[in-house]
Design a protein around this ligand. Structure first.
Ligand code: BTN
Length: 243
């Protein structure tokens, strides 16, 4: 932990906002967020008992050099979570950067670029938070670490923060060394079986096909009747697994 400068907060709107401007290798964790957000401004429910964490990492070479970094973060976080105990053999990635257990979401990742030199990595992990008191169908679509791991080996929030910050740092080191190309095969081993997906694109179009992996810059490869096409994450509003 000594490497990171960590600030611990009670209630905040969004840890991604609090950490903005604090500088590289600073991180903020909060008890709850009132305005937690996900990709495309979607609401991210963040009640007490979960891990709501944001960290700033430097992006030497500018944003273009860091395209696809979010996938590296998801991969490193998944590796860390799988290392905790025997409860997560079915944990997997869902493109671009959710972590699921079977079909339910365990963790979400949101990267934001406040300037050319740094990037904010926001991670929300359901741990002991009560999903049944949240609005919507969260109890059906989400899952908590406490539902996957025996209570005696379930880490404390402090331990999870430490492990997650280590994972972010590791993802940064690996990405700095070889970019996404150096991690592509490892990441492609984390999707579980190849599934049929429907993509809602940012321009309103919808495409469907079988996800066959990612390319060197993290774009999803979708195979259909006409061949295989790639779609960059910033062009995809939402991905649905349809089988
Ligand atoms: C997603 O599911 O689309 C990404 C969710 C990211 C949630 C985390 S919680 C910590 C940080 N603060 C936020 O407002 N969002 C991220």
């Amino acid at each position: 932990m000594a490497f990171w400068k960590l600030r611990v907060e009670g209630e905040v709107v969004s840890t991604n906002d609090v950490v903005r401007g604090m500088g590289p290798w600073c991180a903020v964790v909060a008890k709850r967020q009132t305005g937690g957000r996900g990709r495309y401004g979607r609401k991210f429910v963040s009640d007490e008992g979960g891990m709501w964490l944001s960290a700033v990492v430097p992006t030497p070479g500018g944003p273009q050099a860091w395209v696809g970094y979010a996938l590296a973060v998801g991969w490193a976080l998944l590796c860390y979570l799988r290392s905790i105990g025997g409860g997560l053999p079915t944990a997997r990635l869902r493109w671009p950067n959710d972590i699921l257990v079977e079909k339910r979401k365990l963790a979400g990742i949101l990267l934001e670029q406040p300037n050319e030199r740094e990037c904010i990595v926001g991670i929300g992990l359901n741990v002991r938070n009560d999903l049944t008191c949240a609005e919507g169908d969260l109890a059906r679509t989400a899952i908590r670490l406490a539902d996957c791991i025996a209570p005696q080996i379930l880490p404390s929030l402090e331990e999870l923060v430490e492990g997650t910050l280590d994972a972010i740092r590791y993802s940064w080191e690996r990405f700095s060394m070889g970019g996404l190309a150096g991690l592509k095969d490892e990441i492609n081993g984390c999707w579980g079986r190849m599934r049929r997906v429907r993509l809602e694109l940012a321009d309103g179009k919808v495409v469907e096909g079988v996800m066959v992996g990612i390319d060197e810059v993290g774009a999803i490869l979708v195979s259909g009747d006409e061949g295989t096409d790639s779609y960059a994450a910033h062009k995809v509003k939402q991905l649905f697994e349809v089988e």
